[in-house]
Ligand binder design. Structure first.
Ligand code: M6R
Length: 619
């Protein structure tokens, strides 16, 4: 989604803004722009297309863009836009300047009542130069600023916010206050980076970590007044509120490609380390410890059911969680796509535990689902990657995945570490409830601890998948079929392939194909089938035969112990053996590698697939 940066200080402001926007490119966008005050004027430079187009435009106007360059500008704001209201174009790009040239605004989120506000402002003589909802914010703030005799920037922002309905991270400049940036936040993240005689703003941490590790996560319904040496946060009534400074310990390398062709590849190679960092510190002396989450027998006896909500890849991790918890704990679990959950009139109460899964911790659908569950009295536990994110702060308890920053839009290491957390939870709950004995408890812990080594082995054999993908990348449609846990993995494999290679794909439960979809199988159709469950492999062999008879080419992903089973597939990729309950952790990686190489062969933009955004903060 859209990205925001802001800076006040002695560094070359334009260089800091451009670098910041580059580090937010992974979020997905279609235009970029900056605004800054110089010689008493508010300047705006913006362009449809990538940040490099913007860089060229700024350069052509004679501005120095080197980080060591001289700074003649104090405050500046920048934005990468992911179009919602109005097509991608120069005019619709942010920043938006008010008609009188007093106020400039960048915005993430959606102003829901922009049509009424636009009508109101038009009646007052304001003319609009874009189709966006955001432009009304700039005009409205200017309208109140003028009403207050151009003397109260902060008051004008506070007053305009009373009229605005919707969600926003707003970053605002006023021509008469060259040393000040004001921000307002509701339902969209703003992180403040604290420096020495300089301060930063960003929608996401990677834009800041080169300069500072001390950050403040702004709360909803607050405004920030920032100068180079001060920050003040106020609530809607103008009362000053306290804030907490958090320290981010991600290293800067984590946000660089480090020699890999793409972030996605780098992040797949980080899976063994990320999995270990998520699991190993939580297993001590044959006991699973889940930080402050009080999941002993007492807590669990107060829970009748578990409700999992998430979106996309995180939802697929939730599906595996549902299977595991039901199998190991015999507690009923529902797993629902967050955007559907909200409108499903869910049957939950204070005896329900809602588990919310999100890499970013900012996905609006997931946040809304969590709030809906909280309003109905449910307890909440969040599995989140980004420290200090909104979902992490608003849940009763949080279990962090230790994946480090995930830059590629396609989620890989975040998924594997989300699985790590659902396994830790399911095994811990099961033991506390007396459903597994000491031996099984220890054995499952030991299996989890062996996963990093097995993931490393899969990575060492990735050239087999690369070879297979280079013979198949012209496929027009690919089916993933599996049963039980392999079905949930198929859903994730299919999503990964679609989102980065743009090849049509569907995931089907092995037994369901014959109830309609098998009509689509014809000569040469590619079918990929994870087969890892002892009880189900006979049935899967029948399903493979069904599609082979109709001309399909089949790739099977199987554990070593099935290697001699003689499935009727055309190709096999063999993963290390493990307890069959844990196989999704290992089958995910070949599926991700397959999607990656298919997309590379097709020449797709791997880390920034079309139409997609890393963090989805609109409904
Ligand atoms: O940040 P979240 O985990 O809440 O994001 C949820 C989905 O948008 C995300 O998993 C998406 O499906 C990924 N791009 C898939 O690779």
């Amino acid at each position: 989604m859209c990205g925001i940066v802001g800076y006040i200080g002695a560094r070359n402001t334009l260089a800091v803004l451009i670098k910041g926007l580059e580090s937010l490119e992974y979020r997905g966008y279609d235009s970029a722009g900056v605004s800054f005050i110089q010689n008493g004027n508010l300047n705006v430079i913006k362009k449809k297309g990538k940040v490099k187009e913007l860089y060229k435009a700024i350069d052509e106007q004679g501005y120095d863009l080197s980080l060591k360059g001289k700074n003649s500008i104090s405050a500046g704001i920048g934005h990468t836009r992911w179009a919602t209201h109005g097509a991608p174009s120069d005019e619709n790009s942010h920043p938006h300047l008010s008609m009188g040239g007093k106020i400039c605004v960048v915005h993430n989120g959606i102003i829901e009542n922009y049509v009424e506000l636009r009508k109101f402002l038009k009646k007052k003589g304001y003319e609009f130069s874009s189709d966006t909802d955001t432009e009304v914010a700039a005009q409205l703030i200017e309208y109140y600023y003028k009403k207050f005799d151009c003397k109260d920037f902060e008051g004008a922002v506070q007053r305009a916010l009373q009229d605005i309905v919707g969600s926003y991270a707003l970053c605002i400049l006023c021509v008469d206050y060259p040393d000040k940036i004001i921000c307002a936040k509701k339902d969209n993240p703003i992180v403040i980076g604290l420096g020495q005689n300089e301060n930063f703003i960003a929608s996401d941490i990677p834009a800041l970590i080169e300069y500072t590790r001390d950050v403040v996560f702004m709360e909803d319904n607050c405004i920030l007044i920032m100068t180079k040496d001060s920050i003040e946060i106020k609530d809607v009534h103008g009362e000053v509120v306290d804030y907490e400074v958090s320290h981010v310990d991600w290293d800067t390398d984590a946000a660089q490609k480090g020699g890999y062709a793409h972030f996605m590849m780098k992040e797949m190679f980080e899976e063994p380390k990320a999995f270990e960092a998520t699991v190993a510190p939580r297993i001590k002396d044959d006991v699973i410890w889940l930080e402050h989450f009080p999941c002993g027998r007492d807590y669990l006896s107060g829970i009748d059911k578990i409700n999992i909500v998430a979106c996309g890849t995180a939802y697929h991790a939730g599906c595996v969680g549902k299977y595991l918890i039901e199998k190991l704990c015999r507690i009923p679990v529902t797993c629902t796509v967050a955007s559907e959950f909200i409108y499903s009139d869910p049957i939950i109460d204070e005896r329900t535990l809602t588990i919310v899964i999100s890499q970013s911790g900012e996905t609006l659908d997931t946040r809304n689902a969590m709030r809906e569950a909280q309003n109905r009295g449910s307890r909440t536990l969040a599995i989140v990657n980004v420290i200090g994110s909104t979902i992490a702060r608003e849940a009763d308890y949080v279990l962090y995945t230790a994946a480090g920053p995930e830059i590629s839009v396609a989620s890989t290491k975040a998924y594997t570490t989300q699985l790590a957390c659902v396994y830790l939870l399911a095994i811990k709950f099961s033991y506390e409830l007396g459903k597994i004995d000491d031996d099984r408890y220890k054995q499952l812990q030991s299996e989890l601890l062996q996963m990093p080594e097995k993931l490393t082995k899969i990575l060492s054999e990735q050239n087999k998948i690369q070879r297979f993908a280079s013979s198949q990348f012209n496929a027009e449609s690919i089916f993933f079929i599996g049963r039980g846990l392999d079905y949930y993995l198929s859903m994730e494999a299919s999503l990964k392939l679609k989102e980065i290679s743009y090849i049509h794909s569907e995931a089907y439960a092995g037994g369901e194909l014959k109830h309609g979809t098998i009509a689509l199988i014809e000569d040469g159709t590619l079918v990929v089938s994870p087969i890892t469950q002892d009880e189900l492999c006979g049935k899967m062999e029948s399903n493979i035969k069904e599609v082979k008879t109709r001309g399909a080419t089949v790739l099977a992903i199987i554990p070593e112990r099935f290697a001699d089973k003689g499935f009727s597939c055309d190709e096999k990729f063999v993963i290390p053996d493990c307890d069959e309950l844990l196989t999704p952790i290992l089958t995910a990686l070949p599926a991700q590698l397959f999607a990656y190489y298919m997309a590379v062969n097709k020449g797709c933009d791997i880390d920034k697939p079309r139409n997609l955004a890393k963090s989805v903060t609109v409904e």
